[in-house]
Design a protein. Sequence first.
Length: 241
Amino acid sequence: MGGDADLFEMHRPALEAIGNRIFHMGPLGSAAVIKVITNMLAFIHLVADGEALMLAKRGGLDLKTAWQAIAASSGSSFVHETEGQLILNGSYDIAFTMDLALKDLGFAMGFGREFGVPLDLASLTNQTFMKGKAVYGGAAQSTQIVKLLEDALGTDLRGGRLSGPAGVTLFICSQISPGGSRRAGSPPGSKPGDDAGVASAPVSGDRREGDPPHDFIRNDDDRRFANCCTTGRRAWGREIR
């Protein structure tokens, strides 16, 4: 958050009621810079993850096992642990478009010029997303950027669903931490790396009247994940279809 430090401290209790990881970035406008930086990194990671998974596929590795090995390694990232699964199952459904990715990358390039920082990787990623938009359209899922490589090589990256315990549906929660690190509210006995950022919930009994299409993962003192996210509070999960 950006703004006056005294004002920030005055409202900290309210902010902490919303989320437990609150950062005062500096004067008004500072939060916009860090927001653009984090999104820039996410798009770079997404393109890199597609290349890594393709290298694994063409190298004869089982993609699910390769995904798990990467998730357990220093090469893992939030993007790999979440969006990487949407690539493997072929849904690409991250609810974030090519146009939105290009908007944020454009902001990043603008900050680079303003602050005198060469952004070579961001520039290459921006060019890749421009190609993706030209091929698939601006409304296409941003994760479909990986399809450029799939289509160019005639090799898909389908690895199926990650397997879970019997009777559960796997969900991705958009705020699970990088590295699968445990957050407030994670089930008893869980530890960093458990499910590599995947939340699981029993198939039955998860829907409540009025819930959105992607079921809410409730915390009922069993092994259903609800509050494993950075806020430690209610969070919507995306079902891996």
